[in-house]
Design a protein around this ligand. Structure first.
Ligand SMILES: Cc1cc2nc3c(=O)[nH]c(=O)nc-3n(C[C@H](O)[C@H](O)[C@H](O)COP(=O)(O)O)c2cc1C
Length: 165
């Protein structure tokens, strides 16, 4: 079974999460391609797609959401999992977490997982620094690679069942 793991990431924290997912699924013998979402030309080759993005201002990165929107109908015919990486404390009270729950419904994803990300204040541009100063979320690396690996394992288990059915 051919599997695509595609990701939208600005500063690399989410890319590393996606790479761990791809590597973990590959240990089960699946043929896994790992790509930045903007580099994906088409998805017809794949039977399963795992698509994720960092969240900025409640939105997925545009390369990831663009890939999903461009292939919405085709994705509905495949086995799809979505994941979002973010620091939920950046979200203002009352604001929806992000747009990706509706994405999960649109492509009939098996699941949409959320993982904590990483925030390196020094890397941010001037506008981002101003926003982060105002919202003052915790800074640092909050990624939980054990949780990420467990999620990838559960996907691999489901793919194994799909492959024999
Ligand atoms: C300007 C800015 C806005 C952000 N907005 C959100 C947000 O709305 N929701 C959220 O969960 N995380 C938000 N985050 C946190 C990022 O999603 C988190 O730092 C993520 O790990 C970045 O991933 P990347 O390194 O792959 O780009 C924001 C971070 C920055 C710098």
């Amino acid at each position: 079974m051919k599997v695509l793991v595609a990701v939208g990431s600005k500063y690399g924290a989410t890319r590393e999460v996606a790479k761990r997912i791809a590597d973990q699924i590959a240990t089960h013998g699946f043929e896994v391609d790992f790509r930045d979402a903007g580099d994906v030309q088409g998805i017809h080759y794949y039977e399963a797609v795992i698509l994720g993005s960092a969240v900025y201002g409640g939105l997925w990165r545009r390369d990831a959401s663009g890939l999903l929107k461009a292939h919405r109908d085709e994705l509905r015919t495949k086995d799809v999992w979505l994941f979002s990486v973010g620091m939920e404390t950046v979200v203002k009270p009352g604001q929806p977490l992000d747009e990706s729950d509706s994405f999960a419904r649109e492509v009939a994803a098996h699941e949409h997982a959320r993982f904590p990300g990483a925030l390196d204040y020094e890397k941010l541009n001037v506008g981002e620094k101003a926003l982060i100063r105002a919202l003052n979320p915790p800074k640092g690396d909050f990624r939980d690679f054990t949780r990420v690996r467990d999620w990838a394992e559960s996907i691999a288990g489901q793919l194994e069942e799909i492959a024999i059915s």
